[in-house]
Design a protein around this ligand. Sequence first.
Ligand SMILES: *Cc1c(COP(=O)(O)O)cnc(C)c1O
Length: 223
Amino acid sequence: MHPIVENIQAIEKQLVGTNVKLIAVSKKKPASDLLLAYEAGFKRFGENYVQELVDKQAILPQDIEWHFIGHLQSNKVKYIAPFVSFIHSVDSFKLLQEINKQAAKYQRIIPCLLQVHIAQEDTKTGLSEEELFAICQGDELAQLAHVSVRGLMGMSTFTEDETIIREEFRRLKSLFDTASTFSLPANCVMQEISMGMSGDWPIAVNEGSTFIRVGSAIFGERI
Ligand SMILES: *Cc1c(COP(=O)(O)O)cnc(C)c1O
């Protein structure tokens, strides 16, 4: 068996009995690597770059579930709106409005996650707690009929210190729990938490993740 398939199966085995879904993060990896996983029955992939995602989507099987997880510029939403299954990285209300506008053109409703800034590094994007709560509790979200907010996404600090990582994941879960108590509009449900990558996904699962985004532990190091 190919190592890529072995790696996916080993992670999925550890997820049996949980409701955590694995996303294989294939950025910077050739389409042939994705096809290997696909032919072994795996269909959920995560990509970070719009052009790369569009190119891969065009040549790979049409029943792949594509998750966009990278920073998304408003002017590029139109390229992925026809087919993307999930956008994890919504970091402004303006972006949500643009996703709504583009999804409407294809009569689609695009599931989205609100990305929250939980790490210590400023380089990582995401909403502050105040911004998150303002979007969830504002009147404007209800008017976006072509987006379905399904929960939150976060990235922990890049550190070896497990205590810091665990605290950050707990904070995201706690924001999720708080947002769940709000009277949310019909197009917003707190259902999914996207947290955990190659180095920290077991901690994330422990702290309540429902989507883990694993790249290098499946496909090998990126260059
Ligand atoms: C690259 C990336 C991942 C996967 O990272 P690995 O450490 O290779 O598992 C997950 N989430 C996001 C947002 C990424 O950019």
